[in-house]
Design a protein around this ligand. Sequence first.
Ligand code: UT7
Length: 352
Amino acid sequence: MGSKAVRAAITSISHYVPPEILNNQFFETQLETSDHWIRTRTGILERRIARTGGTSDLIIPAAKKCLEQRGIASGEIDCIIVATVTPDYVFPSTASIVQAGIEASNAWGFDLSAACCGFIVAMSIASSFVESGSARRVLVCGADKMTSITNYEDRTSAVLFGDAAGVALVERSEDESVGVIDHLAHMDGRFTNQLYMPAGGSVKPASYETVANREHFLVQDGSTVFKAASKEMAEVTQEILQRNGLTQEDIRWFVPHQANRRIIDAVGERLGLEDDRVMCNIQHYGNTSSATIPLCLSEWMEKGELHKGDNVVLSSFGAGFTAASMYMRWAISPKLEPAKVENAFVYAEAAD
Ligand code: UT7
């Protein structure tokens, strides 16, 4: 903690969201709900939906952009980690499909299942690979096509989720003062049924019955998850601050998982952080599971608001129940000045 000889750092980050927007008015026509309820109870105004393709189709444009920004060829990637709960297939790995899609012929890779904590967990593994010298360049992909497992007949969950991908390139840092400094995770496996997809795994393989019962969609006990997320994300952040001798004053950017605006506000309040130090873009994307954190980091880079040397703390909570946090000192400067970035969707549109 804090005294590693070799540091791993994010040297490029990018994202992709599909162009089609589902706004709250769409749900008013389908379900007994209202724009007002969704806005006030979740903070979400709109989310993105990919009607065709798989999670790899979200990752590939983001991955290409990530490498292009860094100026390296895909053949220089050693390993691809895809954190997702919506893989293209149960097997082979989505990582292998991404590898072919970006022609990273020298890379191996794998998928990782840690739900909304997926990006932080994948980052911690990538950092360990780079620190140990077993990989030089790892592509960390946090991506989910949540609309493929969303039950559009269930108003309590249908309004929450969207599709997105975020991709980070992790490399050995030339400068020891920046990079990933610490990470931690906790798990309490007693809460399976509070947040899960009942069928499609080995316990309940697909059958006429599971399809008829709509068991291939995400099911959650919203208020239990809400309470646990608010508590655990604050605690895991306090823990990482404490063990690195930091206070909340030292945080430049707090990057919470984006599941509900009220959870983000509650965690920020518990930590004593003002809004101008908390990244939040849930209003545009909803909950994109493992993509939420890299999507924030990438947008803040595009806006020119994330700078080399900034203390950045990531925090997440999700199915498992799992809570994770990561502390890093940001390693790269934005290429664009804030004035040159018109809006957060600049890159997503260009990528289409
Ligand atoms: O990434 C991790 C995964 N998930 C989460 O982190 C989600 C965490 N949970 C939440 O974000 C919130 O619990 C929800 C947004 C899911 C629900 O908000 P809530 O304020 O906790 O509402 P509630 O579950 O206590 O429900 C209050 C009422 C209920 O009606 P009754 O029983 O009081 O008549 C719900 O049926 O709100 C109703 N409701 C809705 N009403 C209109 C639930 N969803 C809707 C809706 N529109 N979309």
